[in-house]
Design a protein around this ligand. Sequence first.
Ligand code: C2O
Ligand code: CU
Ligand code: CU
Length: 439
Amino acid sequence: AQTEDGFLEIRAQKAEQSLYPNSPRSTIWTYNGTTPGPEIRVKQGERVKVRFINELDEPSSIHWHGVRIENAMDGVSGLTQNAVKPGERFEYDFVAPDAGTYWYHAHNRSWNQVGRGPYGPLIVEEPYPTFDSEHDITLVIDDWLLDQNGQFDEGSMGMMMDWSHAGRLGNWITVNGKSMPEIDLRAGEPYRLRLINVSNARTLELDPNRFEAKILAFDGQPLPEPISMPYEPYLLSSAQRVDLLVIPKEGQDFVLEELSGNKPFPFATFRVTGKVNGAPSVPVLKPNALTEPDLNAATTHRLHITGGAMGRMGNMTYKGAPLGRQEMMQSMQFWAFNGVANLPEQQFFTAKRGETVIIEMINDTAWPHAMHVHGHHFRIEEREGSTIDEGRPWKDTFLIGPSQTTKIAFVADNPGQWLLHCHMLEHAAAGMTTWFEVV
Ligand code: C2O
Ligand code: CU
Ligand code: CU
């Protein structure tokens, strides 16, 4: 689908896809007719050129999650660009500076749009040989709320309960848009499984007992050495990615299983064939060259995550434009940053370019939240009661537990206006969204 001028055309459009075994196809929103949309693969340092054509009947835009991108290409409707109206187009053209596992998704009324399927993987390949295409497998994992006929449950969108509680949790999991796929692997060969959680709100609790895996990368950022699973089950929140190294054992099929529901939900089966042939040679990944935060010369910003009462009814405007009914609902305060439902019009701070920023997040709520920063990768510097951060991993999204305090740090080296929000998309819409500016 590459055009002559080197642009890949991505059309947001409605399409039919079967999400549940043997069920009739359901109308969902897609990029180029399927969910997930096409896997975009480029080499590190290459340009990504995408012509986005909006064939939906509401405005939209594409955000390139986790990419240190220039601000005008970040794809946030209403902040970094005007939403692309139905029938209109927008050209994204940027360099992918870091190798790793990223994804792209709609970023306008995201709770509503992303929940219907417009997203896809963006893989930035290392400039040196690693896992070949047979041993490099992308698994885009989504959590759908389907009705008894296996159809997308329209009535489930925008429920108050979801906004004020855990977010919209589904009842069915798909991998790469398919129910219960079977994936063939060969015994004794090293595989890179790139897991991307695109759920609106579901934190996948992955059972590592069912298979042996090491972690190669968090949120696309390769670790200096693969590490063992830091906790069990492994928690993969909405928008997080993890690259796993798996070397299947002879004759031992395994499943990926999710444990957060009432009973374990196996959602992908791996069939292992062949015989082990000598010791595997495991490709080595190198960390991306990211600028280290300087903690001794940093500015600290405190972000209290609080719950809130319903309120703020009345005539809401956003950047001067009156909001419709749907958005009125969003403006009711369920979640707040520092006591205010930080709708996107509320700026958090301004940083000078090159300055190290520490954000101390204090979760005063009884819920976990998937905190995401645009345009930068941050290190987890300090975290109460967790071992995941022993290596101070680079992340773009992390899960802050109930009552937990965490410090993240990064160099604000990317000029422009950047969102900071909870990636549980109903939470983001219900108050957990703010932004900062790098000048
Ligand atoms: Cu994937 Cu603003 O987020
Ligand atoms: Cu993002
Ligand atoms: Cu949240």
